[in-house]
Write a protein that binds this ligand. Structure first.
Ligand code: NCD
Ligand code: ZN
Length: 347
């Protein structure tokens, strides 16, 4: 039997939601992950350090007994965000990053930024104090095709912003295109990218071939196969600029299986099994630890975890639940469409 021991992984982009859904999903992350960057797109969003402190407390209260897990809080950037509040949040150790959602880009992003000039004072302060900006890198211009929104964002928003504020540290989250990968590779030190589990596995056919499959729909939407291959090459290369951000984004089934379904794929449950499969397929199991456990902490200025987890490859495929039940309804778990032989050895 093959085994693989890694430093305990972290998730650098995670949606935990609130209330019943938080209660149902938190254990699927804390079982394997030590820390996660927590997305602030609640309704209403987490915009001030006071909001973040209260949300952090709700997350800790929902943790299964005995689990050790550190939520790394973020603030949702608006045109009214107060630079002093952001600076205080960083100084107190509460805030790890600020999240930019272009208005209307994705789930609960209507309060996001429309006019970047209005956000400049905060962005300037972040550059000064070394607080990273996490970006959802898609334009929302109706004329731009949804499959081109990431590439157009890089050209028309991200690159001009980085030229204007070269000292700002930017995490380009959930990169889905070869354009994104190339752009990150062309940078020197102040840009990194997170990659999700599902974008390493599916291309856009998963959503559309043989019927419309809402549980493979997320934003940024999965692209063509050549883009998936570029993501795989970057993730498995060991390049320190790329790390895991699952973007695990639970929505209850009725909100996905309907005429206008929500974007988001729930991958927390089987992410480590999926990733071991992917990295083994690409003969890169020796690079998995860099992707899940080393590159992210280095980028965020944190130490890697001291604890380890062990994965075993078993003949019998792992059984994961198809759905996670929550008080708000069932949440479908990501199905990679191949059997998962790698499993985390539960302690
Ligand atoms: C996320 C969500 O549901 O909050 N959805 C998604 O498809 N990834 C929002 C986001 O990160 O875009
Ligand atoms: Zn997300």
């Amino acid at each position: 039997m093959k085994t693989l021991t890694l430093r305990r992984p972290d998730d650098w982009h995670l949606h935990l939601r609130d209330g019943d859904v938080l209660q149902a999903v938190i254990g699927d992350t804390s079982r394997h992950f030590a820390r996660a960057i927590i997305m602030p797109n609640l309704v209403p969003p987490v915009v001030t350090t006071t909001d973040a402190k209260a949300y952090r407390e709700r997350i800790l209260a929902a943790l299964p007994a005995g689990d050790r897990f550190e939520p790394l809080m973020t603030l949702y950037l608006t045109e009214h965000t107060d630079p002093d509040d952001v600076e205080e949040g960083k100084k107190s150790g509460l805030i790890s990053a600020v999240k930019l959602y272009p208005a209307g880009a994705t789930t609960n992003s209507h309060g996001g930024v429309r006019d970047f000039n209005k956000a400049m004072p905060v962005l300037e302060r972040m550059a000064k104090i070394g607080l990273p900006l996490c970006v959802h890198g898609e334009v929302t211009t109706p004329e731009v095709d949804i499959f081109d929104r990431e590439a157009v964002f890089i050209e028309t928003v991200l690159d001009p912003l980085r030229q204007r504020l070269p000292e700002l540290k930017v995490t380009m989250e959930h990169v889905t295109t070869a354009d994104g990968i190339d752009y990150i590779k062309s940078s020197k030190g102040n840009l990194a990218g997170s990659i999700t589990t599902h974008h390493l596995i599916i291309n856009r056919n998963a959503i559309l071939v043989g019927g419309i499959r809402p549980h493979y729909y997320c934003l940024p939407v999965a692209k063509r196969e050549n883009h998936r291959l570029a993501l795989r090459a970057a993730a498995t290369s060991g390049d320190a600029r790329f790390f895991l951000g699952t973007d695990s984004a639970p929505h209850v089934d009725p909100l996905k299986e309907c005429a206008c379904g929500c974007a988001g794929i729930y991958t927390s449950v089987n992410t480590m099994s999926c990733l071991a499969h992917v990295f083994e397929d690409d003969n890169a199991l020796d690079k998995l630890e860099a992707f899940t456990s080393l590159n992210g902490p280095a980028w965020y200025g944190l130490k890697p975890n001291e604890e380890t987890i062990t994965l075993e490859k078993r003949d019998e495929p792992a059984r994961f639940p198809d759905k996670r039940d929550s008080g708000a309804g069932p949440i479908t778990v990501f199905d990679p469409m191949f059997p998962l032989h790698w499993q985390v050895v539960e302690k």
